[in-house]
Ligand binder design. Structure first.
Ligand SMILES: *[C@@H]1O[C@H](CO)[C@@H](O)[C@H](O)[C@H]1NC(C)=O
Ligand SMILES: *[C@@H]1O[C@H](CO)[C@@H](O)[C@H](O)[C@H]1NC(C)=O
Length: 384
């Protein structure tokens, strides 16, 4: 009897774990209290700093937008992400835009700022008396960002966080990473030869991948040398390796994805204790880069196996929902690996259900969440 019961419970858990998130039930939206979404910008032109000397394309190809800017496809993707969020959260948000309910912040990049505006345009098409123009189905929604050198939250940690830089340097010079570089030496040499620049590190290969990926998505003809397993295969692996190395120790994970989780947990706790300001806030939108998505996936243990190591596509998103059911608060994690994909429900290791009680969620993520970010970064300035 006991065994059967146990079997039954396991079966129930498994069934919950694989349930598709496509169909949003009414119950889902009845219990929802707060949403955080971290997403990558839409498709873009290459960045000037990542162009390689033999690249056949340059500023003329990218005119009139220039380097590192959203393409028209990228604009459609970001807008579509807003529509996807509208589809899921229609009941929760309601159709009317109330300024206090939504907070959007981007990094200090044109493409993430533009993406955030597009997501909001897809999420809040004006209705009723918020329609102010006969042809234009859009309303202005203010957004926020911190200047790049003062962005201690969404921006990839840099010299503002000396402890992170030291730890990353240690990881990059570790024997394990040196051995890895040795194992891909012939590929790196091949890239060096064909790009016309030194490609000796995974970071340099990451730049080449980003450029070729951008050009590929723009439907530009790629150079011949990228064929035969270099793009996407080898370059994708090298770019992912760079993401992995940036998250390769507990300290790196704390100061990367853990930093984002810290903010999210603070907000969720405040919401659960009725002290979130403003109190009717419903959704936080964070417009960033692939690392903002990868770092969260890694910190939460969803980027460990080779099958999980998927480079987050343009307008991919990681979403954290706070639910309340019979006075119990619980967290649900969702991953949208690209903008047309289904929402994947992600079950935190150690939690029995995709809906993870808030206190369990906090306990299970404790080792990866910084307590005092300023102190752990060994920063001379306050980072909060
Ligand atoms: C590239 O080509 C594909 C297939 O024809 C098309 O669906 C896509 O919209 C094109 N992308 C751009 C940026 O034109
Ligand atoms: C975090 O640490 C810094 C530096 O040690 C300190 O000045 C600050 O008061 C601490 N913040 C909190 C919230 O404890």
């Amino acid at each position: 009897m006991f065994l059967r019961l146990k079997y039954y419970l396991t079966a129930v858990c498994l069934a919950t774990a694989v349930v598709s998130a496509k169909e949003v039930t009414e119950d889902d939206m009845k219990t929802l209290r707060l949403v955080h979404a971290f997403f990558r910008h839409g498709a873009r032109t290459p960045e000037l700093k990542h162009l390689f000397p033999t690249d056949p394309y340059g500023v003329d190809t990218f005119a009139p937008m220039g380097y590192g800017q959203l393409t028209n496809l990228g604009k459609r993707q970001a807008f579509r992400l807003g529509e996807r969020l509208r589809n899921r959260y229609d009941r929760f948000l309601g159709k009317i835009y109330y300024p206090e309910e939504v907070y959007g912040q981007s990094t200090d990049f044109d493409r993430t700022k533009a993406s955030l505006q597009l997501v909001l345009a897809g999420l809040y098409p004006p209705v009723d008396n918020q329609r102010w123009h006969e042809q234009l189905n859009w309303q202005p929604i203010p957004t926020h960002y911190k200047e790049d050198h003062l962005d201690y939250f969404l921006r990839r940690p840099n010299k503002y966080c000396p402890a992170y830089m030291a730890e990353l340097d240690k990881a990059l010079t570790s024997e394990q990473h040196q051995e890895y570089l040795e194992s891909v030496r012939s590929t790196l040499d091949f890239l060096t030869e064909n790009t016309g620049m030194q490609v000796k590190t995974t970071s340099a290969a990451f730049g080449v991948y980003q450029t070729i990926r951008a050009e590929h998505v723009m439907n530009l003809t790629l150079p011949k040398w990228t064929e035969n397993g270099i793009y996407p295969e080898a370059l994708n692996k090298l770019a992912i390796r760079q993401c992995l190395i940036e998250n390769s120790t507990p300290k790196l994970r704390r100061l990367n994805g853990g930093r984002s989780l810290q903010k999210v947990i603070d907000n969720m706790l405040a919401k659960s204790e009725c002290r979130l300001q403003p109190e009717n806030r419903k959704i936080f939108l964070y417009s960033g880069h692939e690392n903002n998505v990868v770092n969260l996936l890694t910190a939460l243990g969803f980027f460990d196996s080779v099958e999980d190591q998927y480079f987050p596509d343009y307008s991919s998103a990681f979403v954290i929902e706070l639910h309340e059911d019979e006075e119990e608060f619980a967290v649900k994690l969702l991953y949208l690996r690209d903008v047309e994909a289904e929402y994947e429900e992600k079950q935190l290791k150690g939690c029995e259900d995709v809906l993870c009680p808030l206190q369990d969620f906090i306990r299970l993520t404790k080792t990866v969440v910084p307590v005092n970010f300023t102190e752990e970064c060994q920063s001379p300035v306050n980072l909060d």
